[in-house]
Write a protein that binds this ligand. Structure first.
Ligand code: EPZ
Length: 436
């Protein structure tokens, strides 16, 4: 079984380059289905989620050319949804973003079929707002037998005014993609404002769409009959950058985090400064340093521009090493604290009550064998391992590799003692206190 083996205690020093944004990539790749031509995507992260989606498009008849590790050309001129091979569904079941295929297929063909999405399991993840938006655009949507099927009742979607009941990244992406080629105008209110929403809008517009207002709470779209090819470079990943900022906070040291948009990191930088972490901002980098003791603080996750829920596990791991009591409140998901149980194996003092975690900082965590419960929970235990005394083994690393490009290589370049090894499960080592 492949796992990460981390010997904690090394401060991090040097420069890390941030890759393209995962949650932008997994929206933009399905959106390419709308384009009758070639989309050239640059700064694409090399992670398993993008690989999975590119394979799905290939099964649909797209031609994908890899020009270099972070640049692909996708030609969707001849994509189709008739008699798709069974193998495609094993891929769509794996990831959350596969449901964006519905909006893209509807926008291109007036009909759509995909499996219910997979993705990180932290509580109920309904899709009622996706269905509300697609129905408003004139689609008949059915969920049965583990599949989502949809058909534009008049053969082509029609623009509509849609008010999302909940701020939802997924539903916002879904409706943007579907409305881009609908007949007439669409107004979507109460939308998500994350950087990756703006990135999707910019991608669609570079392919000839007319999407305005992304980044505010109202998006207006003038539907186009079809979209043409073009080139687009994705934004850097806000959450990957935040993860490395949290790693420096936990392990100590001083690191230049390069290829970022500092504005996207404001909420994370502000919170880390409260914890006695120094952060200097450049045009396209942040310099993160932590030499003194960490201070405890409180965190409440909210939709952007609030503190991102996708940084909650990582900051939770840092707070385990901050003297005093910290209170973390999860404002987006019902149950995003599975990682706490793993950190408790490392000596963390933390209790969870519903959407709130109470974390009492300890002097030092101790290495243990832990697992990555999901993508960001996996990042949290890696961060804890970097700060812990002794050796930490992280299992189920496939979750981490869904969203972090070369995390082992990037951390090793910063001086971390981390390796990816393929070894049989180790017998548990009883701590010396009992064994004598
Ligand atoms: C996206 O998930 C991200 N995933 C998640 O990141 C992220 O945690 C989340 O947005 C919030 O930022 C991708 O972009 C692939 P939502 P998504 O729809 O779209 C409720 C990561 O770590 N809701 O914004 O599924 C929902 O239950 C991943 O990279 C409905 O009620 O999240 C939640 O409480 C994990 N009905 C809230 O809205 C719906 O139809 C926000 O969910 C849809 C959502």
């Amino acid at each position: 079984m492949e796992r990460y083996v981390i010997r904690g205690g090394n401060p991090l020093r040097g420069t890390v380059e941030i890759s393209g944004a995962k949650n932008a990539a997994v929206a933009i790749i399905p959106a390419a289905i709308l384009v009758r031509g070639v989309c050239r995507l640059e700064n694409l992260p090399q992670i398993s989620d993008t690989d999975t989606l590119l394979r799905v498009l290939t099964y649909m008849g797209a031609v994908v050319r890899t020009l270099n590790p972070s640049t692909v050309e996708i030609d969707c001129t001849n994509v189709h949804i008739d008699s798709l091979p069974e193998d495609i569904w094993a891929l769509t079941r794996r990831i959350r973003a596969s449901y964006y295929l519905i909006g893209a297929m509807l926008g291109r063909f007036g009909a759509a079929c995909s499996t219910m999405p997979g993705g990180c399991n932290f509580g109920v993840r309904p899709i009622d707002q996706h269905i509300k938006g697609l129905t408003a655009l004139g689609a008949d949507v059915r969920v049965e037998g583990g599949f989502i099927q949809a058909r534009a009742k008049s053969g082509r979607l029609k623009g509509a005014k849609i008010y999302l009941d909940k701020v939802s990244v997924g539903a916002t992406v879904q409706v943007m993609i579907a409305a881009a080629t609908a007949e007439g105008n669409t107004v979507i209110e109460n939308v998500a404002r994350e950087p990756h929403i703006v990135d999707l809008a910019n991608f669609l517009n570079s392919m000839g769409a007319d999407v305005r207002g992304a980044g505010t709470d109202v998006i207006k779209i003038r539907g186009k009959a079809s979209l043409h090819g073009g080139s687009y470079a994705l934004i850097p990943d806000q959450i990957e950058a935040g993860t490395y900022m949290a790693a420096v906070a936990a392990a100590g040291g001083s690191v230049k985090i390069a290829n970022v948009i500092p504005k996207h990191l404001d909420c994370i930088s502000s919170k880390l400064r409260e914890m006695n972490v120094e952060i200097e901002e450049g045009d396209d980098f942040v310099l993160v340093s932590r030499e003194g003791d960490l201070r405890h603080t409180n965190v409440k996750t909210m939709p952007y521009p609030g503190f991102p829920t996708d940084m909650q596990p990582q900051i939770g791991a840092v707070l385990c090493c901050a003297a005093g009591l910290s209170v973390v409140t999860e404002g987006v998901w019902d149950n995003r604290y599975k990682y706490i149980e793993e950190l408790r194996k490392m000596g963390a003092q933390a209790q969870v009550d519903g959407r709130t975690a109470f974390i009492q900082g300890v002097d030092r965590l101790s290495g243990a064998t832990v697992r990555a419960c999901d993508l960001r929970a996996g990042a949290a235990v890696v961060i804890a391992g970097l700060a812990a005394e002794g050796t930490t083994r992280v299992e189920d690393i496939q979750y981490i590799e869904r969203g972090y490009q070369d995390i082992v290589g990037k951390l090793r370049a910063l001086g971390a003692d981390i390796r990816c090894v393929d070894e049989p499960a180790e017998p548990p080592v009883v701590p010396s206190w009992i064994a004598g």
